[in-house]
Design a protein around this ligand. Structure first.
Ligand SMILES: Nc1ncnc2c1ncn2[C@@H]1O[C@H](COP(=O)(O)OP(=O)(O)OP(=O)(O)O)[C@@H](O)[C@H]1O
Length: 656
């Protein structure tokens, strides 16, 4: 029989084997994750080399998929010898006053005219609307357009009226007479209008509308269905709208009517989801290259002291007399930043969802006509903004996802002339946004992707977007139109294993005494400030604040930390806790490296940062000549004429 000592030894060894096995499992799962991501990338690349082109067939209907829509098929639809081609060309020139198509427009129009269902993914401002407006004017009946916002429809109606195309809308604020006219027109053989714009809510709620659509369908007058901002169907998209989920009724009731779904940003998975939701059995997906070669992308680390000053200096220097947008996090920020910029002598106005409609349209109008230079806006300022000469889009706070960022920054340079997209990347903003998206299914993952985009110091920013949007990208094509390509090799690779062990241990220790740590508190404590009791138990650091923040974010992005939310009736708190990979740090062999921007040598010895003899100009001038952007100190100019509009008081800070 085994003695008590033997049993204890056996138990100890068992514990140690269990710990080792746990570690091994973590390592295996890390390797498997890496393998899966490499395999998925490899498959995508093979698919591209196999000859299926940008225009690929979406699958996901559960039925055996047909052969992919090939390059040859695409070439066929790029031709201009269809029975409708002459009419299309004539109306393009005479009604829309456009001399030639942009990439994929002709193919999209021909596919739609041939009766094919289509998803069209095209960067913002490249001319998606034409792809259903032109077929609409070349058809006998009318096209039903689903759009998410009334303001967006009104902009389109105004434009169509200006070019002499008859279009109408049905929405919650349509008068009785208007509704009557529209309902009657839908079944009029002479089709008094070519396009009917409705909100998805209207489809979901109005039985009368559905019955009229059915009648029009039976009479052959419902020619086409266009679903604008189609990504709103999918919960995985960045702008999910519940009423879009009900739009599947259209294809179920009117299967013979071709549908075109349009979006500026949707990954293939989101499109598959949209395909299912809309009940489209066999769509062609045309994806225009995401790249906007005229846009210069840059990320700047937000200095806590005076980021407004830095932004003001840019606007008054590099962007003097040029139009732009400053995107902010919340309604309150829109008001505050606008006032701050005004006080610095800039004609800026806020824009957010809580303003009176008349104030919103005044700001929009004044900006469009250059009476003001800058709109300081929440994301409420977005869809339907069609100003061509926006020379800069500055993000005062990072976006909540890369999709959002791409779309928001894409409002710059629609005229194809050079324009700049600059994000100010701030540590505490990450956690503000994180608590805001806490209820969204994929909110944290999307935010992490955006943070990774900003944290990145060695990869072309376009390459990062390309990977995100499932595109193959050759870094050469950036042509130094991002800060990383322009200031290449401006980084060093560092071993941060010891730092990681110290800071993770700090959080674990705090947790063992039931103390929750906000990221800010982790920074402070690690740097030797704050909680004295905890400070005595840990290894403090001599790293700079920026380095400390960078390392904490790196550890969060890579699973060594994770989020620990706490809810009160009034607010949500973000705390850090040890992540699933924290256990790996216990292994002697485990190491973590990270790439960090080089920085100016500092006098303190033993610092982590590597001193370099020459630091490249971090100004990262945009496409045009640059002005020095050091924040101006001293007296601010007197308040200018760009007074803040009368807005409803922002009671609770909101993000739209
Ligand atoms: N082939 C073309 N040549 C020149 N201009 C064009 C062409 N096609 C469209 N445009 C113009 O480009 C501008 C943007 O078009 P549109 O509003 O359709 O873009 P969009 O892709 O729908 O953008 P968003 O994603 O913001 O809705 C419009 O002013 C339109 O008239």
């Amino acid at each position: 029989m085994a003695s008590i000592n033997d049993k204890e030894e056996a138990r100890e060894e068992l514990d140690s084997i269990d710990a080792e096995l746990e570690l091994l499992e973590l390592q295996i799962s890390e390797l498997l994750e890496k393998q899966a991501s490499l395999n998925s990338r490899k498959n995508k690349l093979l698919k591209i080399l196999d000859g299926s082109c940008d225009a690929s067939q979406a699958s996901g209907s559960g039925k055996p998929s047909k052969p992919a829509f090939s390059k040859k098929d695409l070439q066929h639809y790029e031709e201009s010898d269809f029975s409708w081609s002459k009419d299309v060309q004539e109306k393009l020139e005479n009604i829309f006053k456009i001399s030639k198509f942009r990439p994929l427009q002709r193919a999209a129009i021909n596919l739609s005219m041939s009766g094919r269902d289509l998803f069209l993914v095209m960067p913002t401002g490249r001319g998606k609307s034409l792809c259903y407006q032109l077929p609409a004017v070349c058809s006998k009946g009318f096209t039903l357009v689903i759009a998410p916002l009334v303001s967006l429809m009104e902009d389109q109606l105004m434009y169509l009226k200006s070019v002499g195309v008859s279009a109408v809308t049905l929405n919650a604020s349509s008068s009785k007479e208007d509704s009557k006219f529209v309902m009657a027109g839908m079944t009029d053989k002479n089709s008094p209008f070519k396009l009917l714009y409705v909100t998805p809510e209207k489809i979901a709620k109005s039985k009368l509308l559905m019955s009229k659509l059915e009648k029009a369908y039976n009479m052959g007058l419902l020619e086409r269905i266009a679903v604008d901002e189609v990504h709103c169907c999918s919960q995985w998209g960045h702008d999910f709208r519940p009423d879009y989920k009900l739009l599947g009724i259209l294809k179920r009731q009117f299967p013979k009517v071709p549908l075109v779904g349009l979006t500026a940003t949707a990954t293939s998975n989101i499109l598959k989801d949209c395909q299912k939701i809309l009940c489209v059995p066999d769509p062609v997906t045309l994806t225009a290259p995401f790249n906007r070669p005229n846009l210069y992308y840059e990320v700047r680390v937000k200095s806590s002291e005076d980021s407004n000053g830095e932004i003001a200096a840019l606007i008054k220097g590099r962007y003097k007399d040029q139009s732009g947008i400053v995107y902010v996090f919340s309604q309150k920020d829109a008001e505050l930043v606008a006032i701050d910029l005004q006080q610095r002598g800039i004609l800026a106005q806020p824009y957010h969802a809580n303003m009176e409609p008349s104030d919103k349209s005044r700001v929009h109008r004044h900006w469009s006509t250059k009476k003001i230079q800058v709109v300081v806006a929440t994301v409420a300022f977005g869809m339907g903004i069609d100003k061509a000469d926006v020379r800069f889009v500055i993000h005062h706070t990072i976006s909540k996802s890369i999709e959002n960022y791409y779309q928001e920054s894409g409002r710059a340079g629609r005229d194809d002339h050079p324009a700049d997209c600059i994000v100010f990347y701030g540590f505490s903003d990450i956690f503000r946004i994180s608590t805001m998206v806490v209820m969204e299914n994929t909110g944290q993952q999307k935010l992490q992707n955006m943070v990774a985009y900003c944290q990145n110091v060695d990869r072309c920013r376009r390459a990062m977007m390309a990977v995100h949007f499932d595109e193959v990208w050759d870094d050469e094509e950036c042509h130094q139109m991002c800060d990383v390509c322009r200031h290449g090799n401006d980084y060093v690779t560092m071993d941060i294993t010891k730092h990681a062990r110290d800071v993770v241990k700090l959080v674990e220790l705090a947790s063992s005494v039931d103390e929750k740590m906000t990221p800010l508190k982790v920074c402070d404590t690690w740097m030797g400030k704050g909680n004295a009791k905890l400070r005595k138990m840990i290894q403090t650091t001599i790293l700079s604040r920026q380095e400390v923040e960078s390392i904490i974010v790196h550890l969060l992005l890579n699973g060594y930390f994770s989020e620990d939310f706490s809810f009160t009736p009034y607010t949500t708190y973000f705390y850090l806790k040890a992540g699933r990979k924290a256990a790996l740090l216990k292994s002697e062999n485990h190491s973590i490296t990270m790439k960090m921007k080089r920085k100016v040598p500092t006098p303190s010895p033993g610092r982590l940062s590597v001193a370099v003899s020459s630091v490249k100009d971090s100004e990262g001038s945009g496409a045009k000549s640059s002005a020095k952007v050091k924040p101006k100190e001293g007296k601010r100019p007197a308040e200018n004429s760009g007074k803040s509009p009368v807005t409803k008081k922002v009671k609770k800070d909101t993000v739209l």
